[in-house]
Design a protein around this ligand. Structure first.
Ligand SMILES: [Zn+2]
Length: 84
């Protein structure tokens, strides 16, 4: 997976997790089965999003890991190649 794709996928997954968490907190009764399903979904989406970030957020040229500040980098801080 390319760096930019990984970034988008991670954002979508985390945003989906956040949306479900927000809706769940506001609209779903606690301790109902739907609440537990939503909670499981949030945990899975968050874990998936972070995994994508951790696994694929590296420079395609030199392999440097860029998870921290991955949304900020336009160029690799190590080798200077543009990140696509
Ligand atoms: Zn690099």
């Amino acid at each position: 997976m390319k760096f930019s794709t990984a970034k988008k996928v991670m954002l979508v997954l985390l945003l989906a997790a956040f949306s479900i968490a927000a809706v769940g907190t506001l609209c779903i009764e606690k301790d109902s089965s739907l609440y537990n399903i939503a909670l499981t979904g949030v945990i899975i989406l968050t874990a998936a999003g972070l995994s994508v970030g951790v696994i694929w957020s590296k420079c395609p040229h030199c392999g440097r890991r860029l998870f921290f500040k991955m949304l900020k980098w336009k160029k690799c801080p190590e080798c200077g190649h543009p990140l696509k």
